[in-house]
Design a protein around this ligand. Structure first.
Ligand SMILES: *[C@@H]1O[C@H](CO)[C@@H](O)[C@H](O)[C@H]1NC(C)=O
Ligand SMILES: *[C@@H]1O[C@H](CO)[C@@H](O)[C@H](O)[C@H]1NC(C)=O
Ligand SMILES: *[C@@H]1O[C@H](CO)[C@@H](O)[C@H](O)[C@H]1NC(C)=O
Ligand SMILES: *[C@@H]1O[C@H](CO)[C@@H](O)[C@H](O)[C@H]1NC(C)=O
Ligand SMILES: *[C@@H]1O[C@H](CO)[C@@H](O)[C@H](O)[C@H]1NC(C)=O
Ligand SMILES: *[C@@H]1O[C@H](CO)[C@@H](O)[C@H](O)[C@H]1NC(C)=O
Length: 854
């Protein structure tokens, strides 16, 4: 009894902790047919470029570039190897790098340059090099340009690039150590770069860059802008340890640099923080992993989608936030600038600049207003404006997400990449479908409908859980595909698996905007592939499946006969792929309840002990899934049980069924979590007979999330599984053991972090408050910051040199020698100067923070 209540209590706790929607369906790798590109001896397929006009996918891997057909990436058209010479490799090894893993040419830039040329850069054994690849001959032209600023030296360093009108915009590190970050524009005529100074870029981890064109109707004569997304160490929040913060930065396409000040440097570089924060739970997402900019002629303006994780209070939760481009532009066009101020000599604080801002506005693109003042190019901008922007690249205002909260939050995954497709379903509504890849080789497909976020399905792209490093969506082909690159290969997957659903109700219940039931063909089809007559198609995105006529008679063809010996035990299996559905059994049209000792309802079937005459008849398995208040049922399979009269003639057929059944059930009988597989004792005792069930009704996924387990427990009264799960003490202890282990781990992690000072006190308080169910919502960053302020006050006297706890930021492998120190001193000098002639706030307890909604 005590164990039972403990189990239930833990499950409730787990449910509270398991956060966000559950994928309705999981497609295991072997259940679906995916197309692969994996070449013997080739690794690190991390650069992808799609040419939708030619239907070619270009893949940049380690020391090679492939051109493959975009409809079937297994079919290679061309390949071009670009290897590092032995001398180069030797020299690289002498610099202390590994010849086995690092001294190769990792392709990092793969961009179109004109019609028939690709611009390609590789790390080239820590000597970044760029070349042109002629697409007619698929051969390198041997240009061997110095690739500094375009391609990192070290394959482990972050990089991103975008080609805009023949000019390459790149963001990466500019030196061997990776300590000099740079945002760079390279063209034949000119080169522009960022100032090498902490206020501009502070240990950034670049994730994405793209251009957003000025709108067609452009009364202000505004310029096209290139946006960069990265996580960097904050300068504006004082933490003893480094506080990471997500950023958006932008430059103007027409920027030519300054004439004297900021010569060959950006005059239009501004950056602001991106907010991805959930006020309801006080979750702050401070690490941005990828961005997708949805540009569509149907949209009034592009929408920026970002995927975030956190290293603050909500480790283990990922989020998606979306931003309006107009909101971003407003921040850069009207936001307040920040400036550094020296507080008590040794340490700088960033505060809002309240003085007079020079004209034209520092960092603004050249528009009609500037032109009317005779500033036709950044080269003739006044020195005052340029000097100001050089010292004030940071905007105080933040870019807030649409709706002021994340679109999606989900626990126990780390999103790595995102692409978004826009589809107009049969209801005439346009849906943004998000495809999110994870660090465990999966792809999640999520859609937002009437403010409800659903995960339609989850696809296992890489069965060995390789992190997905690149994701591309092709929409122009008749069939839409997603391409995912990782260290071990590229996988191509269709955007939907409609054909896997064999009945109208199953097809409709997916509520997948891509899929609809075709009444004539009696099949579930992708409406973008075979869209002839919408009147023949049934979709139930609103949850109303009443149009499906076949809801109950479909299963009749799925009838399995069993002839068994009297007194034997029979297991009938039945399962459904939907994790949101429950199974219901009937016997001779009466619903079976769990309180009969003659049988036991299992997770994926039913076990009948000691079959006698009264147990013969028809057993039916139905799945039920409620959708917006409607309960949808569908017969999955019927079994007819007969008692064996005289042994012989039937024996052979029975034997066949038995063999088939055993094959099916050995796999179906394992229930486990991702890492551990625990046998359910009750189902393994005997497999007298059962049947392999076809198609959709076949095996449930072999992995079960804790969420599903709790869901099952919630169905206990319905399914009568309480006994099956709880009567057996080993069942319970098996589950409780990992939970207790996790609890201990969690507590030690918390203690460790507390000890190290990574978690300011109020955060800890919040955490305990979360688990006692007491929800408070203090604003983002502020409480953490206060915690640190307290620490600061008490430790300021002894504060000589910041002894920072070593933190792995994920992109800095070298010791911080060149980076922090010298420019930091410069920055201090600068701020000293400014302090003398510029007025600003020096209120130390100022809430310059960040706030959301304040
Ligand atoms: C892709 O091409 C390969 C090799 O030609 C072939 O074996 C495979 O069946 C094709 N896949 C699809 C989905 O057409
Ligand atoms: C702009 O420059 C032109 C020539 O350089 C000059 O003639 C004109 O007066 C200037 N206009 C303004 C508003 O300064
Ligand atoms: C974003 O734009 C959409 C439509 O253009 C608008 O409805 C929404 O209010 C905007 N949101 C924000 C935060 O600006
Ligand atoms: C390249 O792939 C190998 C094999 O998966 C992996 O161990 C290595 O870390 C990868 N290197 C880079 C730079 O991604
Ligand atoms: C099976 O049921 C029969 C009749 O009800 C009973 O005599 C027999 O002992 C039972 N066998 C087992 C193993 O429970
Ligand atoms: C689905 O099941 C039906 C009937 O059992 C069978 O005819 C059909 O071939 C199966 N389809 C697939 C894709 O296995």
């Amino acid at each position: 009894m005590a164990a039972k209540s403990l189990f239930v209590a833990l499950c409730v706790l787990l449910e509270a902790a398991a956060f966000g929607p559950v994928p309705r369906i999981t497609w295991e790798h072997k259940e679906i047919h995916l197309t692969h590109l994996k070449v013997e001896g080739v690794l690190n397929y991390t650069s992808l470029l799609l040419s939708e006009d030619e239907n070619i996918l270009y893949v940049g891997a380690r020391e090679v570039i492939f051109a493959v057909k975009s409809i079937n990436i297994t079919e290679k058209i061309h390949e071009a190897y670009w290897k590092v010479s032995d001398e180069k490799s030797d020299a690289c090894g002498k610099k202390g790098k590994s010849r086995q893993t690092e001294c190769f040419n990792f392709i990092r830039v793969l961009q179109p340059l004109g019609d028939n040329v690709l611009y390609v850069c590789g790390t080239h054994a820590f000597q970044p090099t760029c070349d042109h690849l002629d697409l007619n001959t698929f051969q390198f032209l041997g240009k061997n340009e110095d690739g500094k600023g375009r391609c990192p030296f070290d394959p482990a360093h972050s990089y991103t690039s975008v080609m805009v009108d023949g000019e390459l915009y790149s963001a990466t590190s500019n030196n061997f150590l990776g300590s000099e970050p740079i945002i760079f524009r390279h063209s034949q005529q000119s080169q522009l770069r960022t100032e090498y100074a902490v206020p501009w870029l502070n240990e950034p981890n670049f994730v994405y860059a793209d251009v957003i064109r000025a709108p067609q109707s452009n009364p202000e004569g505004d310029d096209d802008k290139v946006y960069f997304f990265f996580t960097e160490v904050s300068v504006e929040f004082d933490f003893l340890s480094k506080l990471l913060i997500p950023r958006i930065a932008r430059v103007c396409k027409g920027d030519q640099g300054g004439l004297r000040t900021l010569q060959k440097k950006w005059t239009s570089f501004l950056k602001a923080k991106l907010i991805c924060y959930s006020p309801e739970n006080n979750f702050i997402f401070n690490v941005i992993n990828d961005v997708f900019i949805l540009k569509s002629p149907d949209l009034k303006e592009p929408v920026i989608y970002g995927v975030f994780t956190s290293n603050l209070n909500n480790v283990g939760i990922s989020a998606v936030c979306a931003y309006n481009v107009s909101a971003v532009e407003a921040v850069f066009a009207t936001g307040k600038y920040m400036q550094s101020a020296t507080v008590e000599q040794s340490h700088t604080k960033w505060v809002r600049f309240n003085g007079e801002i020079p004209k034209p506005r520092p960092g603004a693109c050249i528009n009609n207003e500037a032109r009317s003042l005779n500033y036709t190019s950044s080269l003739n901008l006044p020195d005052k404006t340029l000097r100001f922007v050089k010292d004030h690249p940071l905007i105080e205002d933040s870019v807030d997400p649409i709706g002021n909260k994340p679109r999606l939050m989900i626990q126990n995954v780390a999103f790595t990449q995102i692409v978004v497709d826009q589809v107009t379903a049969l209801d005439g509504i346009t849906y943004d479908i998000m495809f999110l890849s994870t660090d465990k080789g999966k792809l999640l497909k999520a859609v937002n409908q009437q403010s409800e976020m659903r995960i339609i399905e989850e696809i296992v792209l890489f069965p060995d859980m390789e992190p997905v490093q690149n994701l591309l969506l092709s929409t122009k082909q008749r069939k839409r595909y997603i391409y995912a690159g990782s260290s071990v290969g590229v996988v191509q997957t269709p955007v939907a698996f409609c054909e896997k659903f064999t009945s109208c109700i199953e097809c409709a219940l997916t509520r997948d905007p891509y899929c609809a039931w075709n009444k004539v063909e009696s099949s579930c089809v992708n409406i973008f592939q075979d869209r002839n007559d919408d009147r023949l198609l049934i979709q139930a995105l609103n949850g109303d499946t009443s149009q499906c006529q076949d809801s109950i008679d479909k299963g009749t063809e799925n009838t399995v006969m069993h002839t068994v010996k009297s007194g034997s035990m029979v297991e009938l299996s039945c399962s459904h792929k939907s994790k949101l559905a429950s199974l219901v059994w009937t016997f001779n049209n009466e619903r079976l309840s769990d309180n009969n000792p003659r049988y036991r309802l299992l997770h994926k079937g039913i076990l009948i002990f000691n079959v006698t005459e009264v147990d013969t008849g028809t057993y039916q398995c139905l799945f039920q899934e409620s959708l917006m208040g409607n309960l949808n049922s569908q017969l999955i399979i019927s079994y007819v049980i007969e008692l064996e009269k005289i042994p012989p003639p039937l024996l052979t057929t029975f034997h066949q069924i038995l063999t088939e059944a055993n094959l099916g059930t050995t796999q179906a009988n394992t229930v486990g979590t991702d890492s551990t597989t625990t046998e359910t004792p009750s189902t393994t005792q005997s497999k007298t007979s059962s049947a392999a069930v076809r198609n959709m009704t076949s095996r449930m996924p072999t992995t079960l999330t804790t969420a599903t387990l709790t869901e099952i427990v919630n169905y206990i009264p319905d399914l009568g599984m309480e006994k099956a799960y709880l009567k057996n003490p080993s069942d319970c202890s098996l589950l409780i053991f990992p939970i207790v282990l996790l609890l201990i781990l969690f507590i030690s992690l918390l203690t460790y972090n507390c000890f190290k000072g990574f978690l300011p006190e109020p955060c800890l308080k919040y955490r305990s408050a979360l688990y006692s169910g007491n929800k408070k919502t203090p604003p983002a960053f502020v409480d953490c910051e206060q915690g640190v302020n307290e620490t600061l006050v008490s430790s300021q006297k002894q504060y000589v040199e910041p002894i920072k706890a070593p933190r792995d930021t994920g992109y800095e492998t070298e010791t911080d020698c060149g980076n922090g120190n010298i420019p930091h001193k410069e920055a201090l000098e600068k701020t000293d100067m400014i302090e003398k002639d510029k007025p600003f706030d020096v209120k130390c307890d100022l809430k310059y923070a960040d706030s959301d909604g304040e």
